[in-house]
Design a binder for this molecule. Structure first.
Ligand SMILES: Nc1ncnc2c1ncn2[C@@H]1O[C@H](COP(=O)(O)OP(=O)(O)OP(=O)(O)O)[C@@H](O)[C@H]1O
Length: 332
């Protein structure tokens, strides 16, 4: 402490504070960049870069004296910024677009978040009971705008009936093919194309719907819900992992865990963060409880009104709705 005060005395308080802020800013920027790239392809790039720099140093005259290799690496390093911008253009665009906004499902009211997830769970159960394939990407921290661009833009409240009707596989319904995207608690696009995973450990029996779901979950921190047309099973993809064959309860638990987890670019390490996590999980449970109570009459109403649609009046759907509300109750 004495030494720090000495530095302040010798250099003067203004200069010392300037240096302190200078170092703090650089420290914070590097820390955020490391958190941002943690667990992504950029980490491999970083290791590659360290190897290149080490080779650059040892190829100098005073060490190995590899003139051509040294010149080549020098050229590479001189153009490094341009190379980085080209390789990471999408990520940079997304990171810049992300500034100043937060996902509703992570930053909005816990009650609204619970409602949105409940509608997605109900829709998935309904789709699953009829073996209608579906792919739903729910945005968290990473912006999904890039993936909505080529889809069909929608701006609608997330409801079970809307999600169900979007995926009904009619020829006249172009929305059913591709992925539906939920951003800030609203349906923003359907018929979107998602990147397929290159992971060769993914089971060979899984087709492109599942591969697209895993692919997006590798590139972003979105939660992906996949309903299989072939088997009717519900899976959730998150951070490159696919959790398969979920019932409504398991799906709810899994999604709640994902949405109460730290964003991809943050780590919950401090006591304050842990306290925030705990508080948000208490709020989430209270909201879920309130939603269950409020939803009881609303669900009945929805079931009645959906009875007017020939497709939705099949017994399978009534069963599906019951299954959701039953399993919902069972969580409490
Ligand atoms: N890259 C993609 N992005 C978004 N949706 C896609 C993509 N690829 C395929 N799909 C959707 O998946 C459907 C094809 O699913 P496919 O049968 O190949 O997959 P699957 O994983 O075996 O799923 P299922 O179990 O439902 O059959 C397409 O009709 C389309 O709706």
């Amino acid at each position: 402490m004495e030494q720090i005060l000495d530095i302040f005395r010798i250099h003067g308080w203004t200069d010392a504070l300037r240096v302190f802020f200078d170092v703090a800013i650089v420290y914070y920027v590097i820390y955020r960049i490391l958190l941002l790239i943690k667990g992504t392809r950029a980490v491999q790039m970083l290791f590659g870069l360290v190897v290149v720099i080490v080779f650059f140093i040892i190829s100098q005259k005073q060490y190995l004296n590899l003139a051509t290799a040294h010149w080549f690496i020098e050229q590479f390093i001189a153009n490094f910024i341009i190379i980085i911008v080209i390789i990471f253009q999408h990520d940079i665009r997304r990171a810049l677009a992300h500034f100043g906004r937060s996902s509703m499902l992570s930053g909005g009211s816990v009650f609204e978040e619970t409602q949105v997830l409940e509608e997605i769970i109900k829709a998935s159960v309904m789709l699953s009971s009829r073996k209608i394939g579906a792919l739903i990407a729910i945005e968290r921290e990473a912006n999904l705008d890039d993936y909505t661009e080529e889809g069909i833009k929608i701006d609608a409240v997330v409801t079970k009936d809307l999600l169900y009707s979007i995926f009904v596989p009619e020829h006249q319904n172009p929305l059913h093919d591709g992925a539906l995207i939920v951003q800030q608690g609203r349906v923003t696009a359907a018929g979107c194309f998602l990147p397929l995973t290159n992971n060769n450990r993914v089971e060979k029996t899984l087709g492109t719907r599942h591969r697209a779901g895993i692919g997006l979950s590798e590139e972003t921190d979105a939660a992906i819900v996949i309903v299989s047309e072939e088997s009717g099973t519900i899976s959730v993809g998150y951070r490159g992992e696919l959790t398969r064959d979920l019932d409504a309860n398991q799906m709810r638990d899994h999604l709640q865990r994902i949405f109460s987890a730290a964003p991809l670019n943050q780590s919950r390490t401090t006591l304050v963060d842990r306290w925030r996590d705990w508080r948000s999980s208490v709020k989430r449970n209270a909201a879920l409880h309130a939603a269950t109570k409020r939803n009881a009459p609303a669900t009945d109403g929805a079931a009645k009104s959906s009875g007017t649609s020939p497709d939705l009046s099949k017994p399978a759907e009534a069963g599906a709705d019951e299954k959701v509300s039953e399993t919902h109750e069972a969580t409490h």
